[in-house]
Design a protein around this ligand. Structure first.
Ligand SMILES: [Zn+2]
Length: 245
């Protein structure tokens, strides 16, 4: 029998019948540790450290019956195994699955690079994640278990604000936030622009009352500190209050 000790918030993935973070599995043949862990419902991008009899091993390590393994999530500090961590902690680029539009908007508002297409199919998401080394954000556990996905995160909450905080914490993004630097629509960076250059795109009152504008380097969308700006600032404050607390 293989006994798995599941630590931290990884017990989120275990069924309600499993208590104390202990799961037992019977193996009829040599199986990779990764397959054993995923058979318990835990996607491999959620696992940062695996200890077998106190020794760190990687996902491909094959185990047989009569093994005890410890499985840890990202964010748990083990100085002794610093080089054995399975997840990269410097990911700052993401791809989100098609159901996460509100989360994507929040993250882009904070200046974080998130590729997003509401119509993207699973195989496209996997390809973007693996080819561009982006972490996949999703609430689809199967998708996160795809072998080609290296980095990713399963959103615990269904609430966009809580999801945003989850992502900031999981990937330790606090230091790189740069609000109002990225287009909410297409993810490209914004640049300051002169009023004369965008005047054709402005409503009459905007022309009168505003003088500072930024334009998206991707889709050309013009941004200024109008009424939508106040709403976005409120959202930012909401995120900051929750992230700090
Ligand atoms: Zn844009």
């Amino acid at each position: 029998m293989v006994r798995l000790h599941i630590y931290g918030d990884l017990d989120f993935f275990l069924g309600p019948r499993i208590r104390g973070g202990k799961v037992d599995r019977r193996l009829s043949e040599k199986t990779s540790i990764k397959d054993v862990i995923e058979s318990c419902g835990i996607p491999h991008p959620e696992v940062d450290l695996i200890l077998l009899n106190g020794k760190a091993v990687d996902f491909t390590y094959a185990i047989t019956d009569d093994t005890e393994i410890e499985v840890y999530p990202a964010g748990v500090q083990f100085p002794n195994f610093r080089e054995k961590h399975l997840q990269v902690h410097t990911i700052t680029e993401f791809v989100a699955d098609g159901h996460l539009g509100k989360l994507v908007r929040d993250l882009r508002l904070l200046g974080i690079d998130v590729a997003y297409d509401p119509a993207a199919e699973d195989r496209q998401l996997v390809e973007i994640a693996s080819r561009n080394n982006r972490a996949l954000l999703t609430r689809d556990r199967r998708l996160l278990m795809h072998a080609a996905v290296q980095h990713g995160y399963y959103l615990r909450s269904q609430n966009p604000l809580e999801q945003t905080i989850e992502v900031l914490r999981r990937f330790d993004l606090g230091a790189i936030l740069s609000p109002f630097s990225r287009c909410l629509r297409c993810n490209a960076l914004l640049e300051p622009t002169e009023k004369e250059k965008v005047i054709g795109q402005l409503e009459p009152l905007t022309k009168i009352y505003y003088s500072k504008f930024r334009r998206c380097t991707g889709c050309g969308q013009v941004y200024w500190s109008g009424s939508h700006f106040t709403k976005l600032q409120k959202r930012l404050e909401q995120i900051r209050a929750n992230f700090g607390g």
